[in-house]
Design a binder for this molecule. Structure first.
Ligand code: ZN
Ligand code: MN
Length: 258
């Protein structure tokens, strides 16, 4: 007998229909396919939200919809940029339309509680737009949607432990300490620990240019050194997320605190 999973993609339709009767929160992980340094795989930005959503869904008796693996274009100062091989960026309107369509379909199934959990900085406003269009289009008064990016749930105590030398902010954290530590925790087999990027921080001005300027970006693709990453830090962040994201989900969807 297979173990019951909270992942929609692993359920049969009768199992899914049965689970929906309890009006569960449905988590929709979103991400991107882009370079993550010489030591992490191209799928980090959807692999992490999928893992985090699964962790939180198990606590909240929620479901996890299949992740949206592709996202808005990699920008040089937050993702290294599209000049690295492997970046598969969608136009913003495409990503918004994908979100709108998925939410409309979930609502058609009877889902009323949706939590979009994102792992790619550049997605933010295109996800917002897709959700806003879906809410307007479905016109369902009982529909509740929450949209979040996982790093916003790092609390001060965790930040102090994970970044004793100071937190450079999520834009600079690309393929660095946070993502490497979380991958060591959730997917250790996908981290090349013998190739961890240990370069000087990105030195770029506070604006973007077209064409982009690859010379502003560290050649490894990590925007700061990932060397201080560790499995222990990943476990700490995962626990911080489990606690803080679960609390937010319970609060926003009116779930009990058992
Ligand atoms: Zn990333
Ligand atoms: Mn990214």
């Amino acid at each position: 007998m297979p173990t019951p999973s909270c992942r929609m993609a692993e359920m049969t339709w009768p199992e899914y229909a049965e689970r929906l009767r309890a009006n569960p929160v449905v988590f929709l992980p979103t991400g991107m396919v882009e370079q993550h340094g010489p030591h992490l795989p191209l799928g980090v930005d959807f692999q992490l939200p999928l893992a985090i959503a699964t962790l939180v869904a198990e606590e909240a008796d929620g479901l996890v919809a299949p992740a949206v693996n592709y996202g808005y274009k990699s920008m040089p100062r937050t993702g290294g940029g599209p000049h690295f091989p492997g970046s598969i960026g969608l136009d913003g309107a495409t990503l918004s339309a994908v979100l709108r369509d998925i939410i409309r379909e979930l609502v058609r199934h009877g889902v009323q509680r949706i939590c979009v959990l994102d792992g790619h900085v550049e997605n933010r406003w295109f996800l917002t737009e897709g959700i806003d269009l879906a809410v307007r289009e479905t016109g369902t008064e009982s529909l509740r949607v929450v949209c979040m990016q996982h790093w916003d749930f790092l609390d001060d105590a965790t930040l102090a432990e994970v970044f004793p030398a100071g937190y450079a902010g999520i834009d600079m954290e690309h393929a660095a300490i946070l993502e490497t530590s979380l991958m060591l925790h959730f997917h250790p087999g996908l981290v090349h620990t013998d190739r961890v990027a240990d370069n000087a921080p990105m030195d770029a001005p506070d604006y973007d240019t077209w064409p982009a300027r690859p010379e502003w970006i560290p050649q490894t693709g990590s925007l700061v050194s990932a060397a201080p990453a560790s499995h222990a830090k990943g476990a700490l962040v995962a626990e911080c997320y489990r606690r803080n994201i679960s609390a937010a989900v319970r609060r926003e969807f009116g779930l009990g605190t058992d």
